[in-house]
Design a protein around this ligand. Sequence first.
Ligand code: TRP
Ligand code: ZN
Length: 498
Amino acid sequence: MTPNRRALLVASVLLLAACSTGASPFAATTSTSRPEPTTTGAPTTSTTVETTTTSVAGDGSGVGDPYFPELGNPGFDIEHYLIDLAVDPVANTIEGEVAITATATGDLDAFHLDLLGLTVDRITVDDHPTAFSREGGELIVSAEPPIPSGEGFAVVVTYHGTPEPLTTIGFPLGWIDAGDITYVVSEPDAAHTWFPGNDHPGDKAAFTFRITVPEGLTAAANGSLVQTLPGGAVTTFVWEMPEPMATYLATVVIGDLDRVERPAPGGVLLRDYLPADLEGQLPSPLARVGEMLEFYAGIFGPSPFAEYGHAVVPGVPGALEDQTLCIFGREELEDYQAGPFDPSIEEIVAHELSHQWYGDSVTPATWNDIWLNEGFATFAQWLWVEHDLGRAAYDEEIANTYRLLDSASHPLPGDPGPSGEEMFHYSVYLRGGLTLHALRVAVGDDALFQILRTWADRYAYGNASTADFIALAEEVSGADLDALFDTWLYQEEMPPMP
Ligand code: TRP
Ligand code: ZN
């Protein structure tokens, strides 16, 4: 049986809408492209990206990510973003003031921020207005007087305009005006289309959002709603995300939305944001999230964040695991039709939840390690199936997945292609997930679950690489696992079914 292309896509990237129109690059990559012959015998990204002036070659325009070399900026680490936006959802414009606090990691007489499009009105460094220039996605700021290495400093960028989406992975990413609802989906590289910063997962920071919208509308963002400030014709919603967050996970959702709260399993506040026309009725695939949370907290360790929930919005192909607030396509929740090789919609809900541990709390150091997100969330989704439906259902998922991968060549999950275009290829999800199943078979359940839990705990709120994971798996299990990871992640030939 040959699965149709759409089924492949859905199984992998949790897409529906974009693929059926053929608009997604996944449509091209999944069926037609062949992987480059592998050259790697071992993981190549063993260290986190150092954001210092000395570690980065070239002009300081990026931190040298293998897929997005211009993103991020050397010479400083950001600790906190205050993102203050006044939003006109009808005109689709924002007036922004972003206050960044950072620490210099080298002597700085100038530094870059990532920002693409929009008009910059004014920048201050430590309250002094300063000169700046722009080159593509780089905002180049002078530091006058220079900032010595180790010093803290504050930058405030005032800007305005209409954020323009990018189509890096084949459908619009960034600030999306969907008519009645405005929302953000940025992974991997679109955060710098709506706010200035270090748009690379290696520089995580705490966030505060102050989102001002016309009266009657609601604004949700990451973290906890701490204040709602009425202001006559407008209302300001203040959200706090105290735990470090990668820029690609920052989100804002604006519209006529209802907030629906549910009992809090394990103390985690469950709150969803639904379009008002749903009249507070939770789409049924979201019904078991509390149970899923308890299950995952039991095996992965306590939830890394105090709150969780979904914002249901139109037009998202699949769902995106934004920290504490998953952005879920409404069409998926209401009309999902699973093909023979597709996960159920409930599995997708579980997949996204599991990213809170794997991806959001523990974040890849570089984008070519994306299997640490997607392979883990896929494996987590199979664990939910095992928990809910029994071991035979898990075994069937594993066998189907293996057959699917074995039937066609595909990019390697540990190194999915030379650019970012194939980073969400189904192989990153499925062969990445099978890598963890192979590990389970090799080391046994006790060691496997100890590895997953230690991974979530040791690198909580930080960054880690594939090499860090292999080292940890070897440390916990006492086994030599280089060959296992090498064949599953880096060698073209499919290893035998574990
Ligand atoms: N990380 C998503 C997942 O869980 C895939 C994805 C990447 C995505 N970028 C997106 C989904 C933007 C929606 C919008 O599989
Ligand atoms: Zn995912």
